[in-house]
Write a protein that binds this ligand. Structure first.
Ligand SMILES: Cc1cc2nc3c(=O)[nH]c(=O)nc-3n(C[C@H](O)[C@H](O)[C@H](O)COP(=O)(O)OP(=O)(O)OC[C@H]3O[C@@H](n4cnc5c(N)ncnc54)[C@H](O)[C@@H]3O)c2cc1C
Length: 398
């Protein structure tokens, strides 16, 4: 789909990316590597933390490897994950992680590690990144086409920028999605609420996912010798079971899900405070329109129980960058961006469906195991698609 020359228009940039985390930083990096003049506007600060349980799945790690940034993630001390354990009532199943093209195992980098690595790579490729820049308005012309953005810097100054395409990578509360009134194509209903903390002294050689009727938990080894431990319940149960006292709620739910794992965690030491997420139903939004596109959570969110949001953001960053590059190179906008949406939706349909079913927390152990296998099959489809692509699309002429 990529063409060889970007058709320059009289705008300050070729693409404006709103939001500078996994989705935005990766999209900006890919576009800049292909020769586009990219502006990233991020209201937060470089390296700021955010809610996440960090687990990357095969397609996410594959993307980092294909883009040549996985080494940086490893160099930051992110442990390699070589097995995944599934704890069901009375049974533990261990699955070794099969090495893939360019990676030996999975990994779960802290967001304070992953997001800056991707932003650095975007800047190295020539993207301009502005922190403390909050987009407040999406500008449109008389025909309704998005033409740019305006907003406010942290020091109170205002800014505006124009580009042929504005990419909303601004998360679940996406201002861009709201401004363009992006239609919702699918809605989820199931939610998981989680409480999590970072522990030292808890040995976990790989991801450990724990399931029991009406509750779940997990161990995710991350940077600095810490293991993220979470306990979760269906969203509607959060208020009664966890919200009042998140620490007590965390321990009681973890004990209920798997007493053996809870005992191992009790031997460790909590670093910092517990964090909580009350749950949010999933959605799939239309991902494009005249002058705009959405990538990452801005366009597609699903319950975090399947730990797949970042992986999908990394996958879709490339699909979106391909489409935008084609458009900037002179291809028809609608056709190019519709192809992005078709691929995103095709690869997401099963993941979305299975995530909904797991997040309902209503499956008996036999059905749950079937769902986990279905999840793995959907993940294999993503890996197959991405590994069949060239390591890096060719750089475009300036
Ligand atoms: C509790 C929890 C656990 C999770 N665990 C996992 C997991 O284990 N594995 C996994 O793969 N996924 C997980 N996810 C999902 C994952 O966090 C998201 O899918 C991922 O963060 C999406 O990245 P993003 O770049 O699209 O959005 P975000 O990470 O939300 O980044 C959006 C950025 O946009 C910026 N922004 C927003 N509005 C504006 C504006 N107006 N102007 C400028 N900047 C703006 C924000 O400051 C933010 O930095 C989890 C989510 C939650 C809530």
């Amino acid at each position: 789909m990529t063409t060889n020359t970007i058709t320059r228009r009289p705008t300050t940039h070729d693409a404006i990316v709103v939001g500078g985390r996994v989705a935005g930083a990766a999209t900006a990096m890919l576009l800049a590597r292909r020769g586009a003049r990219v502006l990233v506007l991020e209201r937060g600060s470089r390296g700021a933390d955010t809610l996440s349980t960090h687990a990357l799945m095969r397609a996410g790690v594959l993307q980092l490897a294909r883009w040549g940034v996985l080494e940086r993630v490893a160099a930051a001390g992110t442990p390699a994950i070589r097995e995944v354990r599934f704890h069901h009532p009375g049974e533990t199943i261990t699955v070794p992680v099969k090495p893939g093209p360019g990676y030996e195992g999975l990994c779960a980098p802290r967001r304070t590690v992953l997001d800056p690595i991707l932003l650095d790579a975007a800047e190295e490729a020539g993207a301009e990144v502005r922190f403390g820049a909050t987009v407040r308005t999406v500008e449109r012309d008389a025909a309704g086409r998005v033409t740019g953005v305006s907003g406010r810097l942290r020091d109170g100054r205002t800014f505006s920028a124009t580009a042929p395409v504005v990419i909303g990578a601004d998360g679940t509360r996406s201002l861009v999605a709201r401004a363009v009134d992006a239609p919702v194509l699918a809605r989820g209903v199931a939610t998981t609420a989680v409480v999590y903390g970072y522990f030292t002294g808890v040995e976990a050689r790989g991801y450990e996912w724990c399931f029991a009727p009406g509750a779940a938990g997990g161990l995710v080894p991350t940077n600095d010798g810490e293991t993220l431990v979470f306990a979760g319940v269906p969203g509607p149960a959060f208020r009664d079971r966890m919200a009042g006292d998140v620490e007590a709620g965390f321990w009681s739910v973890l004990e209920e899900v798997t007493p053996a794992v809870a005992e191992r965690v009790r031997d460790g030491r909590l670093r910092g405070r517990f964090r909580s997420f009350p749950g949010m139903p999933g959605y799939l939004r239309r991902s494009h329109g005249p002058g705009w596109a959405l990538v990452g959570d801005a366009g597609y969110f699903k319950d975090p129980i399947t730990a797949h949001g970042m992986t999908d953001a990394l996958r879709d960053a490339e699909l979106a960058a391909d489409a935008v590059t084609a458009f900037l190179g002179g291809a028809g906008e609608h056709g190019a961006l519709a192809a992005y949406q078709a691929r995103r939706d095709g690869l997401s349909a099963d993941l979305f469906r299975v995530t909904e079913a797991i997040a309902a927390h209503a499956s008996d152990p036999v059905r749950l195991k079937e769902l986990l296998i279905e999840l793995s099959v959907s993940m294999s489809a993503e890996v197959e698609e991405l590994s069949s692509r060239p390591p890096m699309a060719p750089t475009l002429a300036a």
